[in-house]
Design a protein around this ligand. Structure first.
Ligand code: GLP
Length: 245
C-alpha cells in the first residue's frame, strides 16, 4: 500500500486531540491574525470550540481580524432554527468570543445563489486554513460520497445516514432533519493553503482507514485530502485503531 504524505497525529483521548487542534489554530492565528478560515460543525468539533473559547478568554486566540466561513448549512429551516449550524456555531463559539462584524459567514440557503459564497471567499483572498470534520460515510462539509463531487458551493441532497448522524441537532428526530443542505465544494475547501481533519472515537476508525490509506476516490470524499500538500490529521487512539502504525 502506498505511504501517505499526510501528517497524522494520534492523541490518547478525544479531548487531547481537540486541544491539539485548538492549539494548532491558536498558533497560526497568533502568527497571522487575519486568517480566512473554513469551519466545520459536528459533535467532534464541540470540544474543539470549548478549547478555542478557553484560549480566547485567556488571550491566546486573537479573533478580531479573522474571517470564518462555515462549511455548510441545512436548507429549508426558518432563520434562527435551533437545529441550524448557525445556531450550533452561536451556542458553542460565536456568542462566547469577540469577533468583528461580518467575520462569521454561512452558506446562502433558501434559494439564494450558492456561487455568491465562493465569490465572497474569493474576495476574502481564499481560505488560508480549512478545518474539517469527518462524516462516518467519508463526507467533508456536506460533500456526500457518489460518482462525482462538486467543486464549488452547491445545494446537496443529504444521504439517510447523514440525516441520521445529524438527528442530535433535532431532538433525535431524523424526520426533522432537513433533506437538503448547502455545502462548500471540494475545490473551495481543498484550495485552502492548509487543511486539518479531526476525527475521534471508534465509530470513525473504519472511515479514517479508508480516508488515509485507501484510494483517492469520490466514494470517500475525505480521501481527496491525501493529495493536499499541507494537510494535518488529528486523531484519538480509537479513531486511529485501524491504521497500521
Ligand atoms: C456534519 C457536518 C460535517 C461534519 C460531520 C461530522 O455532517 N456537515 O461538516 O464533518 O458532521 O460530524 P460528527 O463530528 O458529529 O461525527
Amino acid at each position: 500500500m502506498p505511504e501517505s504524505r499526510l501528517q497524522v497525529v494520534v492523541h490518547p483521548t478525544a479531548r487531547d486531540a481537540a486541544r491539539a487542534v485548538a492549539q494548532f489554530l491558536a498558533r497560526n492565528l497568533r502568527a497571522t491574525p487575519d486568517l480566512v478560515l473554513g469551519l466545520p460543525t459536528g459533535r467532534t468539533m464541540i470540544p474543539v470550540y470549548d478549547e478555542l473559547t478557553d484560549l480566547h478568554r485567556r488571550g491566546r486566540l486573537p479573533l478580531d481580524r479573522v474571517t470564518a466561513f462555515n462549511l455548510d448549512e441545512f436548507d429549508g429551516l426558518a432563520p434562527g432554527d435551533p437545529g441550524s449550524f448557525a445556531a450550533y456555531m452561536h451556542t458553542h463559539f460565536y456568542r462566547l468570543v469577540r469577533m468583528r462584524r461580518g467575520g462569521c459567514r454561512f452558506p446562502p440557503v433558501s434559494g439564494r445563489d450558492p456561487s455568491a459564497y465562493d465569490q465572497d471567499i474569493g474576495r476574502a483572498g481564499g481560505l488560508d486554513l480549512c478545518l474539517l470534520g469527518l462524516g462516518a460515510n467519508g463526507h467533508i462539509g456536506f460533500n456526500e460520497p457518489g460518482p462525482a463531487l462538486a467543486a464549488h458551493t452547491h445545494r446537496v441532497r443529504l444521504q439517510t445516514a447523514t440525516r441520521r448522524a445529524n438527528a442530535y441537532l433535532f431532538g433525535g428526530r431524523v424526520s426533522r432533519v432537513p433533506t437538503h443542505a448547502v455545502s462548500m465544494g471540494m475545490a473551495t475547501m481543498l484550495q485552502a493553503r492548509a487543511v486539518t481533519l479531526i476525527a475521534t472515537g471508534a465509530g470513525k476508525a473504519a472511515i479514517v482507514r479508508r480516508t488515509l490509506t485507501g484510494p483517492i476516490t469520490t466514494r470517500v470524499p475525505a480521501s481527496l485530502i491525501q493529495s493536499h500538500p499541507h494537510a494535518i490529521v488529528f486523531l484519538d487512539k480509537d479513531a486511529a485503531s485501524q491504521l497500521n502504525n
